[in-house]
Design a binder for this molecule. Structure first.
Ligand code: NAD
Length: 246
């Protein structure tokens, strides 16, 4: 039995990395997937490949820093599939700078994507989920939400804020059939970190001795988004190869 049969899922930032792997896995598990991102060609291509494999997927172009695009994404998803069962907030970027060098522009740009888009997406899908009496939100934050890494002040601030906000939203909606959980990935080999000169050194500090693949993170997201985690809400689930234990 497919775990997401008859479910409709929006995955933001799903033209690469963890989001792409999640969109593909969700489709394999029977979900109708809305691939949301800025890169039209890439997004359309992923949707075509999913459909070729017998799944259901559409691409909706959205810059997740733009209010109009966020609203359009939710409205178009409802128009296409009639409901939203699952939201995976995932679109993000990383910012690494010594604390003293962070600028107002960094703040505005980073908060707009990694905080505002998660916040507004939840606000827009929750009324639909409440009307249908069920829903599931997975917010992909980061191990940075609960760990301390120099040069990650703004990144950690936003990821910690979303992680804690998710717990409050989970509590507000727990009696309405809606669950809200966070996945906190450790180091995942994606476009986000591929060019970072520190990336090759990261493996040395990971007890499992390797970075995560996007597919491994997608499996954790599927767990949180499916009935396999039916009694979990307000959780911060970590998938970090053991770093937190150091
Ligand atoms: P990625 O760069 O492959 O994915 C991020 C996606 O967000 C990309 O598809 C990108 O195009 C999209 N995006 C960026 N700005 C956008 C915008 N304005 N509008 C719409 N889409 C936009 O990297 P990833 O590692 O798959 O990151 C996914 C999530 O995982 C992020 O929230 C990130 O903070 C988190 N995360 C990643 C790691 C890691 O080590 N890679 C670790 C912890 C958490």
């Amino acid at each position: 039995m497919k775990r997401l049969k008859d479910k409709t899922a929006i995955v933001t930032g799903s033209t690469s990395g963890i989001g792409e792997a999640t969109a593909r896995l969700f489709a394999e598990e029977g979900a109708k997937v809305i691939i949301a991102g800025r890169r039209r060609e890439k997004g359309e291509q992923i949707a075509v490949e999913i459909r070729k494999d017998g799944g259901e997927a559409i691409f909706i172009q959205a810059d997740m820093t733009q209010e109009e695009d966020i609203q359009k994404l939710v409205n178009s998803s409802i128009e296409a599939f009639g409901k939203i069962d699952i939201l995976v907030n995932n679109a993000g970027r990383i910012i690494e700078k010594p604390f003293i060098e962070l600028t107002r522009e960094d703040w505005d740009q980073f908060v707009a994507l990694d905080a505002f888009s998660y916040f507004r997406m939840m606000q827009l899908v929750l009324p639909h989920m409440e009307r249908q009496g069920s829903g599931n939100i997975v917010n992909v934050t980061s191990l940075a939400a609960i760990s301390v890494m120099p040069t990650h002040a703004l990144y950690s601030f936003v990821k910690a804020g979303i992680t804690h906000m998710s717990k409050v939203v989970a509590a507000e909606y727990a009696d309405k059939g809606i669950r809200v959980n966070c996945l906190l990935p450790g180091v995942v080999y994606t476009e986000m970190i591929a060019d970072n000169p520190n990336t090759p050194h990261m493996e040395k500090i990971i007890p499992m001795g390797r970075m995560s693949t996007s597919e491994e993170q997608a499996k954790s997201i599927l767990f949180l988004a499916s009935e396999d985690s039916s009694y979990m809400t307000g959780t911060s689930m970590v998938a970090d190869g053991g770093i937190r234990g150091i």
